[in-house]
Design a protein around this ligand. Structure first.
Ligand code: SF4
Length: 483
């Protein structure tokens, strides 16, 4: 448990974040003192950068300065005005319905309590708490991803979901901090204690913080000092449909990650089926290797740097039509983005999968004779017992069958290294969760997405992370720092 007093820490942080940008919802609250604008800005701000929310809110409030103005706008117009906030289509639907619900159930007044607020379209508990705290200055604890994450990093709570965190904080956080905790920790979470690679090196409370669950970043912090100049950041993510994840804020997630290379698997699309936005993300060139069959498999890699060459597939007729491997060559390394086949129910595709694995291994070994090789992607196998929640029940299932794990043993025994396990030996660190049974919330998952490097390149690895707070797919992204 945390060894320092919460009043002391929050006092230090309040001073610290006074110089940071004010979270957008607070800013709108202070500037307008208008519950309508706070409510709408809060709805817009979910899964959206403050900068984007601010621009969208300004455009919207110009045409809809009040509830009556909002009622005059069509859903189509709303969609245009609030683009590109995350989930803009859904949010436009909610905003279009909002005036009607407020008129019929609340006499055109914005409720000032959490429960009635949650009856409004697009308003969950987090949004409701934020509106109550910011617009009405009433005691409420708004627990968003930053509050939930940081409170757990400190060990002040030990919870699995934001709702559990809210309930735990209601029990133990002194009431005088309820109103301010969200804006303090959102600003701190955006500026210093970031979800990806927090700046522990410059953190004003580092001497108190137990840094629970951020071990890889501590290691990264040590090595970064000497490697800073040449360090690159790579991300791999099975998006389970690029068109689907675009609607869930992909462009913004990519901007936040700010990685040098981003490898995507299971894009389930051919380039001509994708939006211009997705194909032309500023700062990146995208390389596509789609399956011939529409809506199936496929990989893509976004790169900031122009590669020396691009290799599509592994020159094998049995595999390449499925769009599974895309390799970018740079001066001092190859970057292989791979989507391994699923062995499928009844292990019907096991033979094909093992053949693919061996052919890819041969391909990677050949490249590794020339220069470093980074191979990432959805390997569709959990290697060891600690890599999935229920190993016993899954011994004969695809993804944990003995044949697949034996191949992984062989792959890792003959020259490649699972970089995540270089730093972290903990169980419960997963990258994929079923959409069923609330598996992600309960962390019932599998670690099947990897960054591996050839043995001689392990010294070039500076950090690894599983970015499990990034949503949008049934997989989460994984990260590698490489110099
Ligand atoms: S030391 Fe690191 S993990 Fe702890 S609060 Fe500061 S930035 Fe966050």
């Amino acid at each position: 448990m945390m060894q320092f007093s919460i009043p002391d820490v929050l006092q230090i942080l309040a001073k610290e974040v006074a110089g940071y940008a004010v979270p957008i919802v607070d800013l709108i609250g202070v500037q307008t003192k208008d519950p309508y604008k706070v409510l709408v800005a809060t709805i817009l701000s979910a899964r959206t950068k403050d900068e984007t929310t601010a621009k969208a809110a300004a455009k919207l409030f110009k045409e809809a300065p009040d509830l009556a103005g909002l009622a005059d706008l069509s859903e189509e117009r709303l969609t245009k005005l609030i683009f590109p906030v995350g989930f803009y289509k859904n949010k436009a639907k909610f905003l279009a319905r909002l005036p009607g619900v407020l008129a019929s159930e609340f006499n055109n007044q914005i409720p000032d309590e959490v429960e009635p607020l949650t009856r409004l379209p697009g308003v969950g508990r987090k949004t409701a708490n934020l509106v109550v705290a910011v617009a009405f200055k009433k005691p409420a604890i708004c627990v968003d991803t930053h509050v939930h994450r940081i409170m757990n990093i400190w060990g002040y709570v030990e919870t699995k979901t934001p709702l559990e965190t809210e309930m735990a904080l209601r029990e133990k956080l002194p009431p005088e901090y309820w109103l301010s905790i969200n804006s303090t920790l959102v600003a701190f979470g955006q500026g210093t204690c970031r979800p990806v690679a927090p700046h522990c090196d410059r953190c004003v409370i580092a001497r108190f913080c137990p840094q629970l669950g951020v071990r890889p970043r501590k290691i990264e912090g040590k090595s970064r000092k000497k490697n800073e100049a040449g360090m690159r950041k790579f991300v791999s993510w099975n998006v389970n449909g690029l068109r689907a994840v675009e609607k869930k804020g992909f462009v913004e997630i990519l901007a936040n990650l700010n990685a040098d290379l981003v490898a995507l698997q299971e894009i389930k699309a051919q380039p001509e089926q994708l939006s211009e936005t997705i194909k032309n993300i500023p700062g990146y060139t995208a390389y596509w290797f789609s399956a011939q069959k529409k809506g199936y498999a496929g990989v893509a890699t976004y790169s900031k740097e122009e590669p020396l060459s691009v290799i599509y597939g592994i020159d094998h007729k049995d595999h390449d039509y499925e769009g599974r491997v895309l390799t970018l060559e740079f001066a001092d390394f190859y970057f292989i983005n791979a989507y391994f086949p699923n062995a499928q129910h009844g292990l019907l595709r096991m033979d094909y999968k093992l053949q693919f694995n061996r052919d890819l291994q041969t391909f990677a070994n050949t490249l590794a004779k020339q220069k470093s090789v980074v191979i990432c992607g959805d390997f569709n196998v959990a290697h060891k017992e600690i890599d999935l929640t229920n190993p016993k029940q899954n011994e004969k299932n695809p993804g944990y069958a003995p044949q697949e794990r034996a191949w992984m043993d062989e792959f890792l025994g003959t020259g490649f290294v699972d970089t995540f396990r270089m730093f972290n030996q903990e169980p419960g660190r997963y990258t994929w969760w079923s959409y069923r049974f609330n598996a992600r919330e309960r962390n019932l998952g599998w670690r099947i997405d990897y960054f591996c490097v050839d043995q001689k390149s392990t010294k070039r690895v500076t950090e690894v992370a599983i970015l499990n707070d990034i949503m949008g797919s049934d997989h989460c992204p994984v990260l590698l720092g490489f110099r």
